[in-house]
Design a protein around this ligand. Sequence first.
Ligand code: NAD
Length: 500
Amino acid sequence: MTQTIDQVQGTTDPAAARRDHALTLAAELRSGYLAGSWREAASTFDVTDPATGAVVASVADCDVADGLAALSAADAAAEEWRASTPAERAALLHRVDTAMRADQENLAHLITLETGKTLTEARGEVIYAADYVRWYAEEAVRVHGRSSTAPTGDFQIVTVAEPVGPCLLITPWNVPLAMVTRKLAPAIAAGCTAVVKPAELTPLVTLAFARIVEDAGAPQGVVSVITTTRADEVCAALLADERLRKVSFTGSTAVGRLLLERSGQRVLRTSMELGGNAPFVVFDDADLDLAVEQAMIAKMRMGGQSCVGANRFLVQEGIADAFAARLGERMAATRVGSGFDEDVDLGPLIDERAVAKAQRLTDDALERGAREVARAEAPEGSCYLAPVVLDQVPADAAIISEEVFAPVAAISTFSTEAEALARANDTEHGLAGFVITASLDRARRMAGRMRSGMVGINRGLVSSVAAPFGGTKQSGLGREGGPEGIAEYLDMKYVAVPAF
Ligand code: NAD
């Protein structure tokens, strides 16, 4: 990138200057990155800033032919990349990691421009994204098979982990950089080549990241990025192509189901990180300060637009009023505004549809008898939504079963641990759950019985590069992060060899 953030220091309106800086960066990102080169597509599509509704960039609108060209490149590069040494793959990822950290400000500016999230959160996302690259640089040289003697004693069982082959990586808009690296870094470390398909709402930071990968020396075709408004058509063509061997998807459960159906036709390896409906359970014995602090993290990170964000607060009767009042005070004090303004806690939601959905779910809860405890202020503007706290939310309110994906906290009360557990598990999803209690026994029981892929005990944040992130039930298949994450990109071959 040609500009540095130093150029915006010292101006009278720093937020406007930061946004201008982001616009300059965005203007450089027009082409798709296919087959190791930057290519213009036949048409382009607009990217908008959710804070203003203004068009901030136009990028390549790749079609099926572009998608297949990217897959051809991934296929052509597959044998050579598979034959690269683990140390070579690790070295490439280390160079990418270093470059991402050096370019943190520019990458963060692009994230803020296209998602609306605050610069503070965007900076955090860049480091979190780079952490995945670093983790898998280190993991690339630690891929193990095993060896054992067959029960019959006449031969040895030797297993070898092999890359699955060319992968399609489809990512969502809410964490646009970290969701790419959480997939791409283990794929590269495993020896796979990849076609990345970022969300159409947020293509910019992925294109900027592709430059970093290119500059770090990734061989031609190992990574391609196809930006497109025709995700269904383009991805269907790739999924039907026999050269593709794996699809990894993060997004909604509805799209995940469709991709699973299509993948089934060709028995593709799949990883699916889908929607959530996380319960946040607070027991009477909880430390109130800690409960509210962790609730704020679980609810308000990314303005509630997180798959592991707390969707339902289940609070025991004895602490419920105090918890609702304190959470209300905190949420009402949230400063909402442009993500480029360093004094702001929360930016806009991603688009008007997201705002409309949150308003529908809030109105539905209020009509069914919920009580509004607190509401913050938000600026005028179609994508801004004032944070809201509701309590006495009845079990039949739609917000209890649908992912709100917004800064709306829905509180219901319970009386016994058994009731809390039953209600926590009463969802088709099973991504994350949270338990706040001072009792170790209760924490252990709840963690063991909650039907979700992840449980936070006295913590509102579970994500870590070293942990296996993923869900049960309709929240998905497979895990990302930790040693488990690289296994998603490896096939285990077993070789029978004569006994020693
Ligand atoms: P989405 O399903 O609409 O889109 C996700 C991605 O899929 C985008 O890149 C989109 O272009 C693409 N897509 C859409 N239709 C497609 C099709 N027919 N074929 C191929 N690709 C298609 O989801 P979203 O609104 O971008 O993201 C929000 C959802 O993602 C929420 O449900 C959230 O819970 C989930 N999410 C899950 C995780 C996780 O790790 N489990 C992480 C972040 C977000």
